[in-house]
Design a binder for this molecule. Sequence first.
Ligand code: ADP
Ligand code: MG
Ligand code: MG
Length: 972
Amino acid sequence: MARTGLVLWFEEADWRDKKLLGGKGASLAQMTQIGLPVPPGFIITTEACRKFYSSRKAEMDELERQLRGNPPPAVRDEIIKKIWALIDQCDLPAGLMEDVREHMQELERRTGKKFGAADGIPLLVSVRSGAALSMPGMMDTVLNLGLNDNSVQALAKATNNEWFAYDAYRRFIQMFARIVLALDEKPFNDAFDRKSEQFAREAETTYKDELDAIRKLYPEYTPRLDAQPPKDIAPRLWARSLELIKELVGEYKDLVRKMWGEFPQDPYVQLELAIRAVFRSWMNPRAIFYRIANNITPDMADCTAVNVVTMVFGNMGWDSGTGVYFTRDQSTGEDRPYGEFLPNAQGEDVVAGIRTPLGLDELKKRMPEVYNQLIEAGKKLEQVNKDVMDIEFTVERGKLYFLQNRPAKMTPLARVRSAVEMVKEGLLTKEEALLKVDPEQVRRLLYPTIDPKVKATPIAKGLPASPGAASGQVVFNPDDAVEWAKQGKKVILVRVETKPDDVHGFYAAQGVLTSRGGMTSHAAIVARAIGKPAVVGAEAIKIDYDSKTFTVNGVTVKEGDWVTIDGNSGSVYLGELPTVTPELGGWLDELLKWADEERRLGVRANADVPEDAMMARKFGAEGIGLLRIERMFRKPERLEALRRVILAADDKEREAHMKELADMIKPDFKEMLDIMDGKPVVIRLIDPPLHEFLPSSEELLAQIYDLREQREKAQASGDAAKVKELDQKIAELQGLYNRVKALQEANPMMGHRGVRVGVTYPVIYYYLTRAMAEAAAELIKEGKRPVLEIMVPQVSDVNEIRFVKNNAILPALSDVEKEYGVKLNVKIGTMIETVRAALTASEIAKEVDFFSFGTNDLTQATFSFSRDDVENKFMNQYLEKGILANDPFDTVDVKGVGRLVEIATKEGKEANPKLEVGVCGEHGGDPASINFFHGAGVDYVSASPFRVPVARLAAAQAAVKEKLGIRGAVGE
Ligand code: ADP
Ligand code: MG
Ligand code: MG
């Protein structure tokens, strides 16, 4: 026995080892071992495929790496040619073919069939690809292998059906030519079409009587050369089609001879070539690009197995057929078998969608026995695999065979529903159900989609930057959006691109459409953060702000016209299309309730405005982890007041203006604390560089220039009063200009901002704290339970915290407590967003009640990357060239930033056991990062409201994985 260990029977392979067997092989082994009818066969493992490639692996890896850089088509084709040339030089592992031959001989014994012989029952096999991860349709499979000029006659005798035998032969030659010999298939298709048309013509004329007789019994019958006419009803038609098929077989063999060489008659030569071809199909361009697009790494799937499976025939007549069966409805998740069945057909016909298949209910009517057996097997496979299954089956003369099973691909809704229902059925534990659902899928469930029943053609396509569908009237600037929204209109904000100053327009609009920018453009990030649908970078749209129109492919859309955008697909439509919010029926709620029972991490929301806070509560946030007050300064009178604070000549003046400003924003604090009644609200003291609140120096210069011109004119016309008035204005602006210039910084994000403002102008921090404290005090007096937590940004030294506490925050709190006669219990905390703060956490922890990692800034500081510049200039290349595995602004960088998080959390908690630790950067909503934070001992994460459910589930998954000892995605 020449056993290499690379070839395993379905009976003996350990079906849990998908990496070795590939998913398809594992499923065949599994079904065999649980007693379902599977045609006998064996698996050549992925290990054999790795050995096949091993001598050329380094070169091939390098070529594949070049493909990852997404080269232009011409270069790409060159690279692929090189890869295939290398494959031609690869050898099958030593002894493999001997081993396979022995298995084939054993298969002959087991089935009582003969491989490639003219006598007896012929053994035909399929040679099927299958990697550890399902890559549907990406690799190759050869059916009916073993047919040659001899065995085709044996097959005809054995089945007593010559038509069937020659049809199989015809199919085999064509498939072999295309897949194994890599010949152009067009001449084969052309030859088939010519013959098939000839047959149809003759059927409608010469054999009309027989055709009518068939149609009476089988209305779905159409005369084609690949469907066998029932011999008993239409003997002449049957004989004629057989003749034509035989001619076709001859033509096919001629084609092969011309394009390659004599068609191989030795079945073992066929088999060896087919095995090589299946191995090669792992490096098919489409397979390579599928792996790149889906981020499939070698530790997930490395090479394909080859499954050699005895053929069963769904095309042996009308009591045969082939189909696929989903154990539950893939789109709704409802526990209802769903599937398709094609009578008198072979597998490839369903997959390729050549003919219209029947529903399962029809199968039930025609073959009730088979149907029941199928459903029963489905239940069993669900039980063993604990998942909704997608099953391939074939019926040969009334007998059912299983050919493959795999977990079904489902919509997010179906995922959630089936997971929850499987718990109720006792199929899954709650923990298992929680692991079934991808947290990102949950997010998609919260948004409306365009009603799938509506057929509409988009007028433009952009990037699906923020999910959800929305309709509204077009407006072109953010102030109009606010104005129109006030009048109760629904609007879509359309911009070339957006800036921070446009954000009020986002809130007013139903959705945002831009003609420029990518998935990380400002519009995309903000829209996702606040949960508004957005399509960005729809470049075909030409916007003209002056005429308030945009044009796209000859269509002009004016301000006020209705459009619908679909942030799920990136499509833009004319008019108002109906949208639907997926009907959850409480399944998601239920799943998230279980998530809450499992998770250790708390989940809060980042929310700056009441809409966000209400959304956060609705989605189950346990508090606000970050309230940025900067948005509160957007209203013109407040911005004016803040500017006066910044530009004040002395402390006294500054204090007066600050007091005024504090009174203006107090109601906003009150509203937010009230909405979150009983739950903590972390309010961050002013953070950005002060100049962000001032007009730009260029703008001021332009104004000054303008006034000077007016003054000139006034002087020329002798209007002295006007001159005087203008002089005064000019002087004022000049003063402002000088202040703005003085405040200008070379590197504002690393300049005079955050706590540094609190240190230089304690009065600002004092009054901001007062405003928050007064808001809380008033609520307490009204019988409410506000939970205020105050957070200091940009700290790098404990003395900064000490200073602002002693000179601003504590005095403000005690003043308010005294004045209102209430006890406030305010927690004081700090952001950890500078490297030094993380490294001196043990000192800082003694001065505060909580830390909150601002992982965006911390990532910038740790890498010395400026986020905006990085994303536009080189991040893509870093990812393509494999310098970074992930964008550290999407998923936390475990080695650097993560290490700082771990150090600061550990040392902070040692120094102050009561210290509470949160994360409020965007990473707080990223599942992989959440998994890391769980392990790092963080107490809670804070995410944008729409990410709260995602975070709840991700946090639960982290806890469940820890409990069950499953390794997570990041950092382990
Ligand atoms: P894919 O991975 O593209 O689905 P498969 O290897 O599953 O490729 O095969 C393609 C089609 O051929 C499927 O419909 C399958 O059910 C059918 N098929 C494969 N092997 C056999 C067999 N031994 N007998 C009958 N049909 C088969
Ligand atoms: Mg398949
Ligand atoms: Mg920050």
